[in-house]
Design a protein around this ligand. Structure first.
Ligand code: SAH
Length: 249
């Protein structure tokens, strides 16, 4: 069933108007009509089954029928700390990481980050990234839109992460495998998990040393050097496979 985002659903709503963009999509693209059902969702974690009751000009009205339980959220609080890559690769990473079930994405500037996003462009870039996450969440049936944090530095990020969280640093020169670590811990932890991935040039030795000094655990994703966008998505997949709901519960 088609899903539409609505920031709040008033209880018992009888004639709820949808946004003009959604109304346009319903009429022109999906060609839905009164009597058809859709799903309304927002970050509350609850979805609603709703009936299209009226279509007038550019307005679409719905009646909320019932609450639905959503099971598309992973029980694991997994976050990606991603060195900003070149071009628009981060957009792909955000889209795919959202599908995989990540909760939050932190774009970071590291020593070897090539792209410099000027201060005045950061707000619009963030908005674009956030809208990509929202669209991906809608498409894959999630109720929680992953939050894209403001651009930070690798150094700055340590100041905002919870002390008790697990911080896994993907490092191509590490020999200890991620798989072994995940299996050693065994049961999924109840604390948030952060997966760090460097930009194209990787993390510098000093950065790796600083991460280790602050409690980061360096892990290998295998013997081949992966591109930054592959590393993030594979790393997230492996963690969600072992500790989350990827591959089924
Ligand atoms: N330029 C570096 C590779 C960087 S790859 C070199 O040629 O040595 C970009 C990022 O992907 C790295 O910072 C790391 O976080 C991750 N990565 C790639 N392959 C990896 C592997 N085999 N194990 C762990 N992390 C890896």
């Amino acid at each position: 069933m088609h899903r539409f985002y609505l920031s709040s659903v008033p209880p018992g709503a009888e004639e709820l108007p949808l946004s003009p963009e959604d109304a346009r999509k319903i009429c022109r693209v999906l060609k839905l009509a009164p009597g058809d059902e859709i799903i309304l969702w927002n970050e509350s974690g609850i979805e609603y089954r709703a009936l299209i009751t009226k279509v007038t000009g550019q307005f679409v009205y719905v009646r909320v029928l019932e609450e639905l339980e959503n099971t598309a959220e992973s029980p694991l609080f997994l976050n990606l700390v991603q060195g900003i890559p070149k071009g628009d690769k981060l957009e792909l990473i955000i889209q795919k990481a959202t599908e995989l079930g990540v909760r939050r994405i932190y774009p970071i500037v590291t020593e070897r980050t090539v792209v410099r996003i000027p201060e005045e462009r950061r707000a619009s870039r963030l908005q674009r990234w956030q809208s990509i996450a929202r669209e991906a969440a809608r498409q894959c049936g999630r109720v929680r839109i992953p939050e894209i944090a403001e651009i930070n530095t690798l150094d700055g990020i340590w100041g905002i992460l919870e002390a008790g969280a697990i911080k896994l640093i993907c490092w191509e020169r590490e020999t200890a495998g991620l798989k072994a670590y995940l299996r050693k811990v065994g049961r999924p932890p109840r604390v948030p998990v952060y997966l760090f991935v460097g930009p194209e040039g990787g993390f510098s030795p000093q950065e790796i040393a600083a991460c280790i000094a602050r409690g980061g655990i360096t892990v290998s994703l295998g013997p081949r050097i992966l591109r930054t966008e592959t590393a993030g998505l594979i790393g997230l997949s492996l963690v969600l496979y072992e500790w989350g709901d990827l591959g089924g519960l």
